[in-house]
Design a protein around this ligand. Structure first.
Ligand code: IPE
Ligand code: IPE
Ligand code: MG
Length: 248
């Protein structure tokens, strides 16, 4: 069930988030080092982004580097940062050709200067594109983001900018780095791990999860079709009973 004919083009999720996991283990199966796995992971990003754009997905959020990933060996961290800068430079024309607007979430000012620079340039140069928004989660962790939100809201209360009664889920959403981005309907994780690893905890309250055993560099068009097909065959009840959904 993996070709385009099986997918309902009128029920494509507006926002898909992906935990791209398994680059290192995939490289090992090829007898290569971890950085080779990461660079092949970029090819999978390109194919996935193109497929998502063709399907008219509006937002694709990719978990590219977590706050916890700083604790990896120095060479790997440096390699990942350089790969980011290189990929942004190499892909910029194609992003523009395909109408991709780039955004970033996470603690961006904690990234090395050269990454921040190429990231802000790519964001600036793609800001008027309208086909799809590619959101890169970089130096991201959900607990960090929630911490920032709590600090910001408490300071607004303290300074009398808002009253406590004004705090609701909408206000909270608007204080997160995902402000303005709808919550994802579908979250995909590759590599056989069944965990969220500090990703979008608030935003995935009602998201459908799709796990697959394959490593990220092996993911592509067919797998994205499969994930969407699977998603489309679920019943999202949001706390209601099945009959209520069907009578809508
Ligand atoms: C995902 O692949 C990419 C990043 C976390 C940057 P991994 O590097 O986690 O690969 P595995 O999980 O060790 O195989
Ligand atoms: C999650 O992958 C983070 C990214 C994909 C960037 P990890 O490989 O870091 O997650 P854990 O350590 O297996 O939970
Ligand atoms: Mg991993």
């Amino acid at each position: 069930m993996s070709d385009l004919n099986h997918i309902d083009l009128k029920a494509i999720p507006e926002h898909i988030a992906i935990i791209m996991d398994g680059n290192g283990r995939w490289a090992k199966t090829q007898g290569e080092d971890r950085l080779y796995g990461h660079s092949k992971g970029v090819d999978a990003v390109r194919e996935t982004l193109k497929t998502a754009a063709d399907l008219k997905v509006k937002y694709l959020t990719l978990y590219a580097f977590s706050t916890e990933n700083w604790n990896r060996p120095k060479e790997e961290v440096e390699g990942l940062m350089n790969l980011l800068v290189m990929s942004l430079a190499n892909e910029l024309d194609e992003l523009n050709e395909n109408g991709v607007r780039l955004q970033a979430i996470g603690n961006i000012i904690g990234l090395p200067e050269h990454c921040q620079k190429s990231l802000s340039e790519a964001i600036e140069q793609t800001k008027t594109n309208t086909s799809i928004t590619l959101v890169l989660a970089l130096n991201y962790s959900s607990k960090w983001e929630i911490e920032q939100m709590v600090k910001s809201i408490s300071s607004q209360v303290k300074h009398g900018i808002i009253t406590e009664e004004k705090i609701d889920h909408e206000l909270i959403s608007n204080e997160l780095t995902t402000k303005g981005i709808p919550d994802p309907e579908l979250l995909i994780r590759t590599s056989g791990e069944h965990r969220v690893s500090n990703f979008l905890l608030w935003q995935i309250a009602y998201t459908e999860f799709y796990f697959l055993d394959m490593f990220w560099p092996e993911f592509g068009k067919k797998e994205l079709y499969e994930a969407i097909y699977d998603y489309q065959n679920r019943e999202r009840r949001f706390g209601l009973v099945s009959e209520q959904i069907k009578s809508e």
